[in-house]
Design a protein around this ligand. Sequence first.
Ligand code: 3PG
Length: 306
Amino acid sequence: MKILVATEKPFAKATVEGMKSIAEKAGFTIALLEKYTDKKELLDAVVDVDALIVRSDKVTKEVIDSARQLKIVVRAGAGFDNLDLAACTGRGIVAMNTPGQNSNAVAELALGMMVYISRNCFCPGTGSELKGKNLGIQAYGNVGRLVAKIAKGFGMNVYAFDPFVPADLIEKDGVKVVASLDELYTTCQFVSLHIPANEQTKKSIGYALLTKMPHGGCLVNTARKEVIDEDGLIKALEERPDLKYITDIAAAAQDVLNEKFAGRVFATPKKMGAETAEANTNAGFAAVNQIIDFFATGNTKFQVNK
Ligand code: 3PG
């Protein structure tokens, strides 16, 4: 049985060694395709594999069509908007993610970026503190919950909006539940996004919500760039010189943002929320173990195309 690990943004070396060792002990072989720049390389590499592990790599219908022996694809991470689920389902291929495995890394980065922007991007000058500020968590999943926990350590007042999570579960973490997105944005100086990118959420955050934020409002995006209505974001930043936008996923219009709103916007050079040794290992090992378990016992606990 052959597992291909196809990562345009590779895992740490030690993680890859560990993944190989887990796979080999279970009788699997691991092939690697790292830092590829042409999708043809991926199309060629998948032809004879039984299982595929990716990060944000795009698993399109073309890739699925080329992978004639593929039975399972695991996105080593949380968001699976890079997988063509319909194509997987059409071929009877199981698609999984590894929820929770890289959440702490993403949560720490969200707070790190908030400190960074609040301290003038570490340039001389008077900044401000997170303590006492209101933070809104938009979607209380694995990452949102950890952001809330760390933010409480900073002394922030934490609010959350998530129509899919029962209020009592959120409240038992000492987080206040708000009834609507409008209320979240009206109440909070910082709003941290933890929604997936899907048909319901794409371009859902824009002018109307951002201009509801109190003075000095800052939107924190460690989710996906697709959830932002960039025209609306630009309009809001133009009209409200107090607003800020910090993101781990550069906007399509990031050059425009950087030029027009210097000091009020920040984007990491390349998505790095999950770029810690710990997150690489957690997600990479989980992906291999899920594949081994799937072939050994048929376990589909983390299947996302059921
Ligand atoms: C995720 O969805 O798990 C994160 O966005 C991390 O993505 P990455 O593996 O491409 O860094």
